[in-house]
Ligand binder design. Structure first.
Ligand SMILES: [Zn+2]
Length: 361
């Protein structure tokens, strides 16, 4: 039997128990982004539910694969301690997320790269779990920017980093991020293109656990020698069309710089598409989302951004924060003009950094 949903004055869909099944775009912006209600259940902070803080980069990642003192680089070029990089969430939802999302995902990342790859590619439920988790982290990163001052050096300004965001894409991603709570059924063709690559160990003081791209939502996560790069809103377009051939040369361990360059490739490919998938949310008979993919691969005649420009945009923040100075500026200039590829040598052969001695690097 179909459930009866009512609509709040914000346009949110609510079931007979009072649970918010879906936030309208308006409700999302007013209540979550504006008022900072619990981003999962929508409870108000001044209500009866207890609130605590949810780590943006999960606790288990910090304690097992990083360090609490590690710094996160922000778009305003300042840094934040990883263990203080949190967003408010009600206690009940926080605990449930730990059990239903974080625990099973943390077990996957204990595997070797090959075992992880097999688990995700051979089991749709695992791939879906990874997609929900990636969307959750992506959402929290951009949500956090609504708390952070755009200019920390200006005491008179109240502007926040997130003030300039358009929330259209993040509203979609938020729906996936809270799907374990709302019961949203995610059709298999909604899940974003996923690259699972083998990564060289990252040193704890250097950046590289995560990297986001805003315009064409993409998240790179690098934990325990496993790097996942996912396009969150392409409905698996690249998985279906190109992946089998595109990165098959890269079966060796890749460095942080190389992984970022692959991320740039992926985003560049996405910006070249003339048509993007369309997503549909249906509330009856059950709450579900499905995707309609373009029938054929049609490219825009004009490049919006070159691959070099996207690569530059991905690395400029981390490089300037970690190593400011003329050397970094020269490197950035080279990346913007020539690409500064770390993936291929001058003969077009893939570069295996793990085989180059430390001195040569
Ligand atoms: Zn909650």
């Amino acid at each position: 039997m179909a459930r009866i949903l009512t609509e709040s004055i914000y346009g949110d869909k609510i079931d007979s128990t009072g649970k918010i099944i879906s936030f309208s775009r308006y409700g999302f912006e007013q209540k979550i982004i504006g008022r900072k209600d619990c981003f999962i259940c929508g409870a108000r902070q001044d209500g009866y539910k207890k609130f605590n803080e949810e780590h943006i980069i999960p606790d288990w990642v910090i304690s097992k694969y990083s360090s609490p003192k590690k710094l996160v680089g922000l778009p305003n070029l300042t840094k934040y301690r990883l263990n203080q990089y949190k967003v408010p969430c009600c206690k009940e939802c926080n605990q449930r997320m730990g059990k239903e999302i974080e625990q099973p995902v943390s077990r996957l990342f204990e595997l070797s790269h090959q075992e992880f790859f097999n688990k995700i590619t051979q089991n749709q439920d695992n791939h879906l779990l990874l997609y929900r988790w990636m969307c959750l982290i992506y959402f929290k990163i951009f949500y956090k920017d609504t708390f952070l001052k755009a200019d920390r050096s200006d005491p008179n300004s109240d502007a926040r980093i997130g003030d300039i965001y358009d929330w259209h894409n993040i509203h979609f991603i938020h729906n996936i991020a809270r799907s374990h709570y709302s019961g949203l059924e995610i059709q298999p063709n909604v899940v974003g293109s996923t690259l699972i690559l083998s990564a060289l160990p990252i040193s704890l003081d250097k950046g590289g656990i995560f990297l986001t791209y805003y315009n064409n939502p993409c998240l790179k996560i690098n934990i325990n020698g496993i790097c996942v790069i996912m396009m969150l809103m392409d409905a698996g377009f690249f998985d279906h069309n190109f992946f089998s051939s595109l990165f098959s040369d890269f079966n060796h361990q890749l460095s942080v710089d190389q992984l970022t360059e692959i991320m740039a490739f992926l985003i560049y490919g996405n910006t070249r598409l003339k048509e993007n998938p369309v997503f549909w949310f249906k509330h009856s008979p059950s709450f579900r989302v499905q995707a309609e993919l373009p029938k054929a691969v049609v490219l825009n005649e004009v490049e919006k951004y070159t691959k070099e420009e996207i690569h530059y945009r991905l690395v400029e923040g981390p490089l300037r924060r970690n190593n400011p100075g003329p050397e970094t500026e020269a490197l950035l200039d080279r990346i913007r003009r020539e690409g500064g590829s770390t993936l291929y040598d001058e003969n077009g052969k893939p570069v295996d950094i793990s085989k180059i001695t430390r001195k040569e690097r």
